[in-house]
Design a protein around this ligand. Structure first.
Ligand SMILES: Cc1cc2nc3c(=O)[nH]c(=O)nc-3n(C[C@H](O)[C@H](O)[C@H](O)COP(=O)(O)OP(=O)(O)OC[C@H]3O[C@@H](n4cnc5c(N)ncnc54)[C@H](O)[C@@H]3O)c2cc1C
Length: 381
């Protein structure tokens, strides 16, 4: 087993760290407080090549392999404290760009991918509905076949980037009687009559990543905007969720590494009872746990990236990585607050935000309970 990175990969990671540190953190406390998305920072990331990581050069991507992509995301999470921005970038990459790349027609790929990757347009992914979340395939949005296309009716809930999206990959059923086999994916463009965003949804964390509801009311979508075959939506969703679970938390590794360094520094500097707090075993043990958690998470994630780079299935490993990393980030964020005491609880010290952001990770792309279900099912239970 070879865990070493090439000089080129490490140089790229360092370049991302430098870029993110200098360009992406300014005004974050205010943006988080106001729930404000930064289009400017989105474009900076696009120009840097983040959205094109692991996508083919033919469509404007960098053509990097998945391991390099993961390492880059780790660097981004380490230096960019705006978890909301990173989350929104990842959501577009794995649940909009990736399905278009793998299931889209050549015309769809040429039409959408270069503009998504260069930041000109933004994409959203609408699966969840008011009455279906974990049980995604019980969705109610209908697609009725008509001359030249489909009429869509339904509502999509908790859609990341909905308020700023130019296109949305939306899932609907063409026949509810056949369950998941009726689910079909469509690319719906902003401005299509009958397609609207109802409201901005305010949330606990990831506040710089806008969220909204998508409404489809007698919305005609032409045949050429169907993504993949009729009834192929569940397969598209499963595949994009596996990619999302594998890659979306790469940045968490970087964020946990940053937390660890911050806590070590603080534990050395902060004195109580005439000694650095790091000399108290309660504090140093907590930091030791943070380190073990980080390195365990790293191994799980690198294994998923390696399996993917070999073209192997990583169903079980992706679910384990998603479960472990998201919960580990919550725990490390909580530890970081405890180590910083009252300062950790105060907004201006920028420790507490990570906890609010981290909790989202235990819900999106399948809750922790659902990841456990996947693992148990694959174990034959
Ligand atoms: C930050 C964020 C971003 C999101 N972005 C998007 C997006 O871009 N597009 C999109 O379509 N959706 C998005 N979602 C929605 C997300 O996918 C759903 O919230 C998630 O799948 C859970 O569904 P739910 O909220 O309906 O909860 P429910 O499914 O109602 O679950 C409620 C509780 O019951 C538990 N539960 C449910 N079923 C089971 C079961 N079988 N076994 C054990 N426990 C179970 C859950 O774990 C949870 O604790 C996002 C959510 C968040 C928080």
């Amino acid at each position: 087993m070879d865990f070493s990175w090439s000089d080129e990969q490490l140089e790229f990671k360092n370049a991302v760290i430098e870029f993110a540190r200098n360009e992406l953190n300014e005004g974050l406390i205010e943006r988080d407080r106001d729930g404000r998305f930064s289009r400017e920072n989105w474009l900076k990331c696009a120009r840097f090549g983040i959205l094109g990581l692991s996508f083919p050069e033919a469509y404007g991507g960098t053509g990097d392999d998945i391991l390099t992509t993961m390492l880059t995301m780790e660097g981004l999470g380490y230096a960019c404290r705006d978890n909301g921005l990173i989350f929104a970038l990842n959501a577009q990459m794995w649940s909009v760009q990736h399905p278009i790349l793998t299931m889209g027609t050549e015309a769809q790929k040429r039409k959408y991918l270069p503009r998504l990757i260069n930041g000109e347009i933004i994409g959203a992914h609408g699966m969840t509905e008011p009455d279906s979340g974990s049980d995604a395939y019980s969705l109610r949005t209908r697609a009725e076949k008509v001359e030249g296309g489909y009429i869509l009716n339904g509502t999509k809930m908790f859609v990341t980037s909905a308020p700023i999206a130019d296109i949305a990959v939306v899932f609907a059923t063409i026949n509810p009687d056949v369950g998941m086999w009726g689910i079909t994916a469509f690319i719906v463009e902003k401005g299509t009559p009958g397609f609207s965003v109802s409201r901005d949804i305010e949330k606990m964390g990831l506040r710089t990543s806008p969220m909204g509801e998508l409404i489809l009311e007698d919305c005609f979508v032409p045949e050429e905007n169907r993504l993949g075959p009729e009834g192929g939506g569940a397969r598209i969703f499963t595949s994009s969720m596996e990619w999302e679970r594998s890659c979306i938390l790469g940045s968490h590794l970087g964020a946990m590494e940053r937390q660890l360094e911050t806590c070590i520094r603080y534990a050395r500097e902060r004195k109580q009872f005439n000694q650095p707090i790091g000399k108290f075993q309660s504090v140093s043990n907590r930091i030791a746990e943070m380190k073990v958690r980080l390195e365990t998470a790293r191994l799980l994630l690198y294994k998923v990236a390696w399996l993917k780079s070999q073209g192997k299935s990583a169903n079980m490993e992706a679910a384990m990585a998603k479960l472990y990393l998201s919960e580990a980030f919550v725990q490390s964020s909580l530890d970081a607050i405890r180590i910083h005491g009252g300062y950790g609880y105060m907004t201006e010290f920028e420790v507490e935000r990570d906890l609010r952001d981290a909790i989202g990770g235990t819900i999106y792309s399948g809750t922790s309970d659902i990841q456990r279900n996947i693992i148990a099912r694959l174990l034959g239970l």
